[in-house]
Ligand binder design. Structure first.
Ligand code: DAH
Length: 363
């Protein structure tokens, strides 16, 4: 037999258990213990049937009231727990929209100065109507030397510090091309004049110091038709150098030189000013050697089956690494190949700054 005082104790016990429940699972256990099928309050409700009508009249409302208040307390606590859980979750998932965005790989990455200069040179010559041609890095003696009018045993061959592969059974030796000039021969063999193209590419020589690396880069240029002469050569180089160094004009000086595949052959200097480590192209009283060029030798034309009495033109060769160092003030060529990220961050270019003549090569 339950009395009023006992009901108050039970209510106080459940009220405390509800208040103490720190998560929904614990709270549900309290609900089951109070109002579940075999819960304390449910059992007492079942006992009403066995009571006398008088007792039932007293206990009925008391028990119903208790059931209702505990039910309400459970609901209120459940709401509070859910709200608290939501606040914790919201706090943990908070996004500070005022934080700057993290750089994407595209923004953080850098284009190597050599790739940049390669693209700049292609953009300039493409604007002048030059095509871009390619050839293999592994060459034969024929394309690297013989077809370019290097006679057998001529000292010019020795000067190239060639990397040779082991001789084949027939005694021939493949080599790593020492210059991009073999692409002249290969391209002329494949096509018909007129020719007007450049070939940027990798080249190799057994040489290493501050301004030489065993692998380096050149751009070959070739124009062959029936009328091209040295005046065109000079104009082309002036236009190229002014555009490349982004100055209004350059002054060139041509010195007689020797290359087996050109006659006459020239080395070209550009007027510059030296201010400490800095070199300014197009001003001052100094001269800087910048490239080699000449009128294509009749023997080279003959080697590709062209009649030298009908066809003529010019060729030039530029050291890509060298002009990159000059333009961007890079003192040591070897750093190009060291893959040092700090160096690349300093000298590299943003990925989307694609050089175009209209947009400015490097702006
Ligand atoms: N092939 C030469 C070298 O590597 C560079 C060169 C000079 C290329 C004069 C040319 C040229 O086409 O006309 O030393």
């Amino acid at each position: 037999m339950t009395d009023k005082a006992e009901l108050e104790t039970i209510e106080a016990e459940f009220a405390r258990a509800i208040a103490d429940a720190m998560d929904e699972q614990t709270l549900d256990a309290v609900r089951v213990a109070a109002l579940g099928k075999k819960g304390r309050i449910s059992e007492m409700m079942k006992g009403l049937g066995k009571m006398s009508p008088d007792e039932r009249r007293d206990m009925g409302p008391l028990l119903n009231g208790l059931k209702e208040r505990i039910g309400e307390a459970l609901t209120a606590r459940k709401d509070a727990l859910q709200e608290a859980a939501l606040s914790v979750r919201l706090a943990s998932e908070k996004i500070d929209v005022t934080l700057p965005l993290r750089e994407t790989a595209l923004e953080a990455g850098r284009i190597h100065p050599l790739s940049q200069v390669w693209d700049e040179v292609v953009a300039i010559f493409a604007d002048m109507g030059f095509a871009v041609e390619n050839g293999p890095d592994i060459e034969t003696d024929h394309y690297n030397f013989t077809a370019l009018n290097f006679p057998e045993g001529h000292p010019a061959r020795e000067m190239h510090d060639t990397f040779y592969f082991d001789p084949k059974a027939d005694g021939s030796r493949a080599l790593l091309r020492t210059h991009t000039s073999p692409v002249q021969v290969r391209t002329m063999e494949q096509g018909k004049p007129p020719f007007r193209f450049i070939c940027p590419g990798r080249t190799y020589r057994s040489d290493s110091d501050q301004t030489h690396t065993p692998q380096f880069h050149q751009i070959e240029g070739l124009v062959i038709d029936e009328t091209t002469h040295m005046g065109h050569l000079k104009w082309t180089l002036e236009e190229f150098l002014a555009a490349f160094f982004e100055v209004d004009g350059v002054e060139l000086r041509m010195r007689p030189s020797y290359f087996p595949f050109t006659e006459p052959s020239m080395e070209v200097d550009v007027r510059c000013a030296r201010l400490g480590n800095e070199i300014r192209i197009g001003e001052g009283d100094d001269w800087l050697e910048i490239l080699g060029c000449g009128m294509v030798h009749p023997n080279v034309l003959k080697a590709v089956g062209l009649d030298p009495d009908k066809y003529q033109g010019f060729a030039f060769g530029i050291g890509l690494d060298r002009i990159a160092m000059l333009k961007y003030g890079i003192p040591d060529l070897r750093a190009f190949f060291e893959a040092d990220l700090r160096w690349l961050k300093h000298y590299g270019f943003a990925a989307l700054d694609v050089p175009t003549l209209a947009g400015g090569l490097t702006s």
